[in-house]
Design a protein around this ligand. Structure first.
Ligand code: ING
Length: 310
């Protein structure tokens, strides 16, 4: 019996600063119901799916940004998402800003099963950008100001018939992210992203090049770890700042098998046969047979690059 996960990637269009969570959740529910109508098992939502991408704004007082965070999950605005998903018998992965009871701040993605149980939690490890206001930038990217680096590592979970993992946005640019999950046998990596279409530090960099980087990272992660990868954007013009779309589902050969066509709320689908990971895991990427870890020490013992002396 093939282990097929009928996956929906629910790309969301822009969320404006004044858009209330209840209105956003209504948009997510509409896409969840589209997925249920297609008898999907699992729906992936974007990074920070409930709010505008608030790290583009500077606040001197960090606590003034707590209004963008969820102190409860599910909370008042999101309980309907859990309840509806349970009624429809569909699981989902949701990105949001997490405020813990100890008042710690994380950029978080959860995995919720078809009985609306939170079976997995991931906190973004690689925080891009900067912590202080940088006037030379066309816009700010203050994730290092508002979030702590994730403290859960890169776990995977055996659920929905397979081995599932998650990461978030900038994590996809670091091959270590996928490899640590690959070393745990991951078969499907789900990630959300909010990625500016243009580079605040390099205006000549084209949107096409940035989209190339986006897909390159995920396609490489999929192929080099013999797993499915699904990327879900929050896209479009938020407050005059454009976020890239390009949501996609990628097979273990690194091929894009489903791709969003718009920058709006759009659901894409694919039947992901988890057994399609097996061939590469047993041949080209049979880690146990081919890796030579005695030569890899620098990867986890050294943080920055150290070129040879002049
Ligand atoms: N956004 C971007 C991302 O990694 C970025 C930030 C863009 C960093 C392009 C480097 C280059 O996709 C988030 N939210 O991480």
């Amino acid at each position: 019996m093939p282990r097929v996960v009928r996956l929906a990637v629910a790309q969301s269009g822009p969320i404006q600063k004044d858009e209330r969570r209840e209105r956003v959740v209504a948009r997510l529910l509409a896409m969840l119901k589209q997925a249920a109508a297609r008898r999907c098992h699992l729906v992936l939502f974007p990074e920070l799916a409930l709010t505008t991408f608030f790290p583009r704004y500077y606040e001197a007082e960090r606590a003034d940004m707590d209004r963008w965070f969820e102190a409860e999950m599910p909370g008042a605005a999101t309980r309907v998402l859990f309840d509806t998903a349970r009624e429809l018998g569909i699981g989902f992965s949701l990105g949001f800003a997490e405020l813990t009871p100890e008042r710690r701040h994380f950029n978080t993605q959860i995995l919720v099963d078809a009985e609306a149980r939170i079976v997995g939690r991931y906190r973004k490890v690689h925080l891009p950008g900067h912590a202080e206001f940088e006037p030379q930038r066309a816009w700010q990217h203050l994730e290092k100001r508002y979030f702590e680096p994730g403290d859960l590592g890169f776990p995977v979970w055996r659920t929905m018939g397979g081995v599932m993992g998650m990461c978030i946005c900038n994590d996809r640019r670091w091959p270590e992210t996928f490899r640590v999950m690959g070393l745990q046998g991951v078969e499907l990596v789900m990630l959300g992203y909010n990625t500016p279409t243009l580079n605040s530090m390099k205006p000549e960099e084209t949107a096409a090049t940035r989209m190339h980087h986006n897909h390159l990272c995920m396609q490489a992660g999929a192929y080099q770890n013999a797993c499915w990868v699904a990327g879900c954007a929050k896209a479009g013009d938020e407050d005059g700042y454009d976020l890239m779309a390009g949501s996609c589902i990628i097979n273990p050969d690194g091929e894009i098998v489903a791709l969003a066509q718009t920058s709006d709320d759009e659901v894409i689908f694919h039947d992901c046969d988890l057994d399609a990971c097996a061939f590469l895991k047993q041949t080209t990427f049979d880690f146990a047979a081919h890796r030579r870890i005695e030569h890899y020490g620098l990867i986890s013992s050294q943080t920055g690059a150290v070129p040879p002396p002049e």
